[in-house]
Ligand binder design. Structure first.
Ligand code: MN
Ligand code: MN
Length: 472
């Protein structure tokens, strides 16, 4: 049957209007490719539930791909690969490019910390026959989501003698898990009247760790003592060692396919390990890039990029200055000519909560990676707000490689907002824009992201590193 001839108006409509396509409709062949790509991603999510574990996993991957620790006394040639770890919690990796560094770097920065419940410095207590850990939440969580969810303990403690012990319970098959309790509906009448933000209060995020006593009627707190004894037997730590520790409670659930069509990944910590993994894969696969690459996996984004492992510290600047020095390059030119993707997730439109979004400026599941011009709140405060020129450069290189992308805001105006590392990168005089993956239920114990979108982020990062000619 012949296709009906289009009217003049329809032709004009096609020429002048724009709508982001659905990747599954436009490129159904990528469904399988994306699914295959995400098998490795799910393993990475399960291996790295804390920033330290992500750094360890990344170093394993990088070393396997031929990366060596940066040695400033060495000479490096195009294609050589190096990395540097910052205090066990952040990492930079580089593939040296063909062009002099004064022409700029290609920087891709993601973060590997995720919202969670940190143990307080003196966490263990007993109340009426139950032993608990006291927690202090890290990052923006909706506290009510963290009750009645199986939790695992991850972290490190440094003993008095300096020995560092790695702690992990709740991940291996057969391990016990931990849990925050909530009231039964039969008795929740009073709690139900609370605002949702206080459904569970900060001081109610107490994790149950035991219920049996150490049998000795001379002991003051026998349930707490048994918990301590078990920790001592497993790790050789005592209550005093909690002050020399960083211990995080995270969801024990493993990454899983979601949906009858298995089109999504469901997991804890996809913000922002989805960008960390895709960035790392692109970094490892690039052979001889035109521009020297810097892949950054940063810590502390969820609390404002603070501390000396967050991007609002000088370590990234110092790393780039070290790279510049290798070539005797003027660091000011290196920064000024660099282009950076601040790779972070954005909200996906949630049809159940449509009021929170403005439908024509939002990000949709399966419409590709998200280019976010600006973040912030209350009139873009705290935002980097990428220039039209930077948007044009990045859109140009995505379209050249046929990467599906979309652009939207985090939500409707004045519904809230958020920030990324972009503004701290911009402080170094670098052009930067946010690019990432749309996520449903962001910051919850079980976040959802579509495999096709994850795959587009990976394709975007490869295009970014492998760009041969500057489009603009
Ligand atoms: Mn993030
Ligand atoms: Mn976040």
């Amino acid at each position: 049957m012949e296709e009906k001839e289009k009217t003049e108006g329809q032709n004009l409509e096609k020429l002048l209007t724009w709508e982001f396509p659905h990747v599954g409709e436009e490129a159904p062949g990528q469904v399988q490719e994306a699914a295959a790509f995400c098998e490795g991603y799910k393993v990475f999510l399960d291996e790295g539930k804390t920033e330290r574990e992500c750094v360890e996993a990344a170093v394993r991957m990088l070393r396997g791909a031929g990366y060596q620790e940066l040695d400033v006394s060495r000479h490096y040639s195009p294609g050589d690969k190096v990395y540097q770890v910052n205090r066990h919690k952040a990492l930079m990796a580089t593939t040296f490019g063909e062009r002099p560094m004064e022409e700029g770097l290609r920087i891709n920065g993601a973060h590997i910390d995720s919202p969670r419940l940190d143990l307080k410095p003196h966490p263990l207590y007993e109340k009426k026959g139950l032993a608990y850990f006291k927690t202090h939440y890290y990052g923006g969580i909706r506290k009510y989501q963290w009750g009645t969810v199986p939790l695992a303990i991850h972290g490190v403690a440094i003993k008095k003698n300096g020995e560092k012990v790695k702690i992990c319970i709740g991940e291996e098959k057969g391990d016990p898990v931990f849990c925050i309790s909530d009231l039964l509906p039969h008795l929740a009448a009073k709690q139900n009247e609370r605002k949702l933000s206080e459904g569970l209060k900060g001081e109610e995020l107490n994790v149950i760790v035991g219920s049996l006593p150490y049998v000795d009627d001379k002991v003051k707190e026998p349930v707490k003592l048994l918990a301590l004894k078990l920790l001592y037997e497993k790790y050789g730590i005592t209550e005093a060692d909690f002050y020399r520790a960083e211990i995080e409670m995270v969801p024990a659930q493993k990454a899983a396919d979601v949906g009858l069509d298995r089109s999504m990944v469901g997991a804890y910590g996809q913000d922002d390990r989805v960008c960390a993994y895709t960035a790392l894969m692109a970094e490892m696969e690039v052979k001889r890039p035109r521009y020297t690459t810097v892949t950054l996996l940063a810590d502390k984004e969820e609390i404002g990029s603070e501390g000396n492992t967050g991007v609002n510290s000088s370590y990234l600047r110092h790393y780039i200055e070290k790279l510049a020095k290798l070539q005797g390059a003027n660091a000011w030119n290196v920064f000024g000519n660099s282009l950076c993707l601040s790779s972070d997730v954005n909200s996906a439109y949630d049809p159940t909560f449509s009021d929170a979004f403005e439908a024509s400026n939002t990000n949709y599941v399966n419409k590709g990676c998200v280019l976010t011009k600006y973040t912030g709140a209350r009139g873009k405060a705290g935002s980097n707000d990428a220039s039209a020129e930077t948007m044009a450069r990045v859109i140009g290189l995505l379209e050249k490689e046929g990467v599906f992308w979309q652009s939207g805001e985090m939500g409707a105006v004045d519904q809230g907002g958020g920030g990324t590392i972009a503004k701290y990168i911009a402080q170094m005089d670098v052009d930067v824009v946010d690019l990432g993956v749309p996520v449903l239920s962001m910051h919850s114990p079980f976040e959802l992201a579509a495999k096709l979108d994850i795959y587009q982020a990976y394709r975007a990062f490869r295009a970014f590193f492998e760009e041969e000619d500057v489009v603009y």
